[in-house]
Write a protein that binds this ligand. Structure first.
Ligand code: SAH
Ligand code: SF4
Length: 359
């Protein structure tokens, strides 16, 4: 199978252009077509000589995801369901910084992207894990989520819409490490999607060795760790990954990342009623947050069809937050945006697949 051209870094393409004896400015033109104009076909690259276009077409694939379904509206959280070349479904969620008031669109946008089809980690509360893991996304399939959303939503300022990226869609990003890194290089590059590394957050369920590996990379990506339990007992009940990398190992890897990058880590903590919202979690959670210089992001659980879990009532949510604050931990309680359009991880895909099976 041919590699997709949007899975290639500038360096990869440069090596190929040298072999072809093509001048450097042709490469700059090609990158413009790929990442500024976001073209879907070789024919659109009108300032490249026909012979070069043929050569490119014979060497690289160029595919673009097809929009299978969209929910939400431009000024609120929007969810995109994409169909990939092999028919697999993945999703991306576009979140405006602040919901548009009185019809005014907000000018900052965060995109949440997927990295795998399904997920092998099987967290008990998560829709993405329900049907298991199907495959890794290729670098271009990660990159194209950004470009395809920008194509759908344009026109906008300065040629780009998305200024923040969170790797929190379907899949465990650090289990698709090499493809993820290549995609992030392309998304970060000045010749690519130009998203600053400090504006890219990688969320992981806690793959300790890969967190250490990421710490060695020359990028200042933000790290978010899905904690969801501050003792091995509580975390182990809902996250099977905790058996492989218990809290001790995870905390040591996070500490390594924090020290190496000198940046604040985020601990994600979904509040699930009767499971991890007990005040017994506060002391160990505060201790960990202080050790890692982390802030805690509390997220009320988003109900998933077919799973027994639910979010605690607001009073319990606020009590948990207040108890953490009393321990001098920086914490926020996020009102989940897009709750009503199934914005959490894997939920739109799950429902669409269930409907497809019924029809
Ligand atoms: N696999 C990675 C990234 C994808 S999940 C990870 O686990 O971190 C992104 C975030 O969504 C994780 O913190 C995950 O625990 C959370 N999540 C999954 N299902 C959810 C739900 N139903 N409600 C709220 N958050 C959910
Ligand atoms: Fe996978 Fe993350 Fe969902 Fe766990 S929470 S099943 S790691 S996508």
């Amino acid at each position: 199978m041919m590699v997709d051209i949007r899975s290639q870094t500038q360096e990869d393409l440069q090596n190929q252009f040298i072999l072809w004896d093509q001048p450097v400015y042709r490469l700059a033109q090609l990158l413009q077509w790929l990442y500024a104009h976001r073209v879907e076909s070789w024919d659109q690259m009108s300032n490249l000589p026909k012979a070069l276009r043929v050569l490119l077409q014979q060497t690289y694939a160029m595919s673009f995801p097809v929009l299978a379904r969209k929910q939400g509206s431009r000024d609120t959280t929007e969810k995109f369901l994409w169909r990939l070349a092999d028919g697999a479904l993945i999703e991306s969620v576009l979140i405006p910084e602040s919901d548009g008031l009185f019809g005014e669109a907000s000018d900052r946008h965060t995109l949440c992207v997927s990295t795998q089809v399904g997920c092998a980690y099987g967290c008990k509360f998560c829709a993405s894990g329900l049907e298991g893991w199907k495959r890794n996304l290729q670098p271009d399939e990660i990159v194209n989520q950004v470009l395809a959303v920008e194509r759908c939503e344009g026109p906008y300022r300065d040629g780009r819409l998305i200024d923040n990226l969170v790797i929190m869609g379907m899949g465990e990003p650090l289990a698709n490490y090499d493809n993820l890194l290549k995609a992030l290089k392309i998304l970060n590059a000045p010749w690519g999607a130009k998203i600053g590394a400090r504006r890219i957050t990688v969320s992981t369920s806690g793959l300790a060795p890969q967190i250490r590996r990421l710490a060695e990379e020359p990028f200042q990506f933000r790290l978010a760790v899905s904690l969801h339990g501050a003792t091995d007992e509580t975390r182990g009940k809902i996250m099977p990954v905790n058996t492989k990398y218990p809290l001790d190992a995870l905390a040591a890897a996070c500490e390594y990342y924090q020290k190496k990058k000198g940046r604040m880590i985020t601990l994600e903590y979904i509040l699930i009623a009767g499971v991890n919202d007990g005040l017994d979690q506060i002391a160990p959670l505060a201790k960990l947050a202080r050790r890692l210089r982390a802030k805690v992001n509390l997220i009320p659980y988003n109900k998933v069809e077919g799973l027994p879990w639910s979010r605690p009532d607001e009073q319990a949510q606020n009590a948990f937050l207040a108890a953490l604050e009393k321990e001098n931990v920086a914490a926020t309680l996020r009102r989940e945006k897009g709750h009503d359009i199934e914005a959490a991880c894997g939920q739109l895909r799950l429902r669409t697949e269930q409907e497809l099976q019924l029809s």
